[in-house]
Design a protein. Structure first.
Length: 171
């Protein structure tokens, strides 16, 4: 294995762990952990009017939502990473599929509603001072299921062709 190949594998592993730390931080309500996935000045766009702005603001918004839940689970899958540069990559883009399950606090009838969301995280990342983190995240929702009733096309940006935003990240 060459040094270039080793550097690429290490970069992809580091980036994958950033993605996993986001999920763990959200599920464990570990603010320090979830904050660690962003570089200073990072921004985020969670479509369909959920949030757009500084990354610290989206974490506040996520906390507001998650505090109204008894359980939540983020399953990160299908992580595709494209490194910029070959010898010692310093920037990258990625697309990660995520399946998220949210269990609400019981309502007045003691019923807990379940929401399942399938989204894709498209990230621009960089390595600063030896640390990979997110500079910009765009989130596209693909499927929303509430109490077993599926709603497709929950995000007008989700496309099944090359008009999908992921094509702006990965070529």
């Amino acid at each position: 294995m060459t040094n270039t190949q080793l550097n690429q594998l290490l970069a992809k592993q580091d980036i994958t762990e950033v993605i996993y730390r986001y999920a763990r931080g959200a599920d464990r309500l570990d603010r320090e952990l979830i904050d660690s996935v962003w570089h200073d000045g990072a921004t985020a766009n969670y479509h369909e009017n959920f949030y757009e702005g500084p990354a610290c603001g989206v974490v506040d918004k996520i906390w507001q939502v998650h505090e109204g839940l008894t359980h939540h689970s983020h399953q990160m899958t299908n992580i595709l990473i494209q490194l910029d540069g070959t010898e010692d990559p310093q920037t990258a883009t990625s697309e990660t599929y995520a399946a998220i399950t949210l269990l609400a606090n019981p309502d007045e009838n003691n019923v807990q509603h379940v929401t399942n969301i399938c989204v894709r995280y498209m990230d621009r990342m960089s390595k600063r001072d030896g640390r990979w983190a997110i500079d910009y995240r765009e989130v596209v929702g693909d499927v929303l299921t509430v109490n077993g009733v599926a709603q497709s096309n929950i995000d007008r940006f989700s496309c099944r062709d090359n008009n999908d935003p992921s094509y702006q990240y990965l070529t």
